[in-house]
Design a protein around this ligand. Structure first.
Ligand SMILES: *[C@@H]1O[C@H](CO)[C@@H](O)[C@H](O)[C@H]1NC(C)=O
Ligand SMILES: *[C@@H]1O[C@H](CO)[C@@H](O)[C@H](O)[C@H]1NC(C)=O
Ligand SMILES: *[C@@H]1O[C@H](CO)[C@@H](O)[C@H](O)[C@H]1NC(C)=O
Ligand SMILES: *[C@@H]1O[C@H](CO)[C@@H](O)[C@H](O)[C@H]1NC(C)=O
Length: 393
């Protein structure tokens, strides 16, 4: 007996899909139905839909799904609307969506995908300082300085593997970049591992010029003296990968104390203005430095902002962190009262008087006077001859 087997073969083929954009992994999403390429509307478009598209075209990781024709308006039909994938589908076709060709969209709402990792780099004089540049959707661009601060720098410094975050310069301190300005109003808490984890206005949503490009300095301020000896010379500071100088405006002995401490020299003996130790080159990083004198580092002192001054190198400041010359003077004091000259307070008071007296007599303002201990460890010794003379008075 013959048996007749009837069957129906239902075959379906996923619609073709392509990425039209700056790279083959970032761009506008296009689908092929009825032998015509068309676009996808961004209504309900999210990262789950993006992950399906990225998988289907063989790109990873799924990073973002910009709408509003971010990658330009397409032409032809708008094939899909209200796409809603669970994320595990193997094709966009098998996600839930409106009937093919039925939509309430215009091409200004064309959806796109970014199936490439966010990247970051610093463009600057050193590996750890420079203009912040980010790679998004196939193109390197910059970050606008709107609300840019040290917390944002912390996330960037961590991401590029440089520590610590020292400063968050604005206004294209490291020069103007090119390409799109990708981010603005970045608002990191400081604990993020990537700038892409920080809230912002969204990629490309800004109205900034490259003159507002943001930067980071992920290295500590360094200080050195460029001068005739290791403990005297022009004050130079390293900031953002570049050695520069300090303006003499407002620079006093308190500031010198901090510089001398930081460079590991004896103590501050004098300030010299107007490029006394010669003019430096490069940036003039600091002006109006105002230390209390007790700070350990110049970076703890207030100032007018790195590079923010109208000084010229003719105003480069220098310091003496060692005695310029030392002269030992023997002093005879005739004691007329019963105070103990070997008491610290008495000596201090006396020293002040001597110092003032020297200054009144035209000795340099910066003169530093100190007592010298004698062989018995004391500063004052009785003069035996005088003592005897006195006996006969
Ligand atoms: C994208 O294009 C590049 C260069 O044309 C190629 O090397 C790469 O394999 C492509 N990637 C995919 C996922 O097609
Ligand atoms: C910067 O990084 C490169 C590559 O990692 C390295 O070869 C170079 O020495 C670094 N330069 C500085 C100044 O650290
Ligand atoms: C663009 O940025 C502004 C200001 O931060 C914000 O109010 C607006 O919602 C953003 N637009 C989009 C599409 O994200
Ligand atoms: C601060 O100054 C001290 C020397 O007084 C130095 O050892 C230290 O490294 C400095 N710290 C920074 C962050 O520069």
């Amino acid at each position: 007996m013959e048996r007749v087997l009837l069957f129906i073969l239902a075959a379906s083929v996923d619609a073709q899909i392509r990425i039209v954009g700056p790279t083959n992994c970032s761009g506008r999403v296009e689908v092929f139905y009825s032998r015509v390429w068309g676009t996808v509307c961004d209504d309900g478009w999210d990262i789950k839909d993006v992950s399906v598209v990225c998988r289907q075209v063989g790109c990873s990781p799924p990073f973002d799904g910009p709408g509003l024709a971010f990658f330009g308006v397409g032409i032809g039909p708008i094939w899909l609307d209200d796409v809603s994938c669970s994320g595990s589908e193997s094709s966009l076709d098998s996600c839930s969506h409106s009937t093919v060709g039925i939509h309430n969209c215009v091409h200004d709402e064309d959806a796109g995908v970014v199936c490439e990792a966010f990247q970051i780099r610093l463009s600057g004089p050193s590996n750890c300082s420079g203009r912040v540049e980010v790679y998004y959707g196939g193109t390197w661009g910059t970050v606008c300085d709107g609300s840019w601060d040290i917390n944002d720098a912390k996330a960037v410094c961590r991401e590029v593997g440089c520590d610590p975050a020292f400063d968050a310069p604005t206004q294209a301190l490291f020069g103007e970049g090119t390409g799109p300005v990708w981010l603005d109003n970045v608002d990191c808490s400081g604990s993020e591992n990537s700038l892409s984890d920080c809230p912002s206005s969204g990629f490309g949503n800004q109205s900034c010029a490259h003159s507002q490009d943001a930067g980071v300095v992920c290295e500590d301020l360094k200080v050195r003296l460029s001068g005739p000896t290791s403990c005297s010379g022009r004050v130079e500071v390293y900031y953002g990968g570049v050695w520069g100088t300090v303006c003499d405006q407002g620079f006093d002995m308190n500031d010198a104390e901090v510089v001398c401490r930081e460079v590991g020299c004896e103590a501050a003996y004098g300030v010299r203005s107007q490029a006394y130790f010669g003019q430096g080159t490069g940036s003039i990083w600091l002006s109006d430095v105002d230390c209390l004198g007790s700070e350990n580092n110049l970076s703890d002192c207030s100032h007018s902002g790195f590079g923010n001054n109208l000084c010229a190198h003719i105003n480069d400041v220098g310091v003496y962190c060692e005695a310029i010359f030392k002269k030992v003077v023997k002093l005879k004091v005739v004691q007329t009262s019963t105070v103990d000259l070997n008491e610290a307070a008495v000596q201090e008071d006396l020293l002040k008087q001597v110092t003032e007296n020297l200054k009144d007599n035209g000795v340099n303002e910066d003169v530093k006077v100190e007592w010298v201990k004698q062989s018995d460890g004391k500063i004052f010794q009785e003069d035996e001859i005088k003592k005897n003379e006195n006996l006969f008075k």
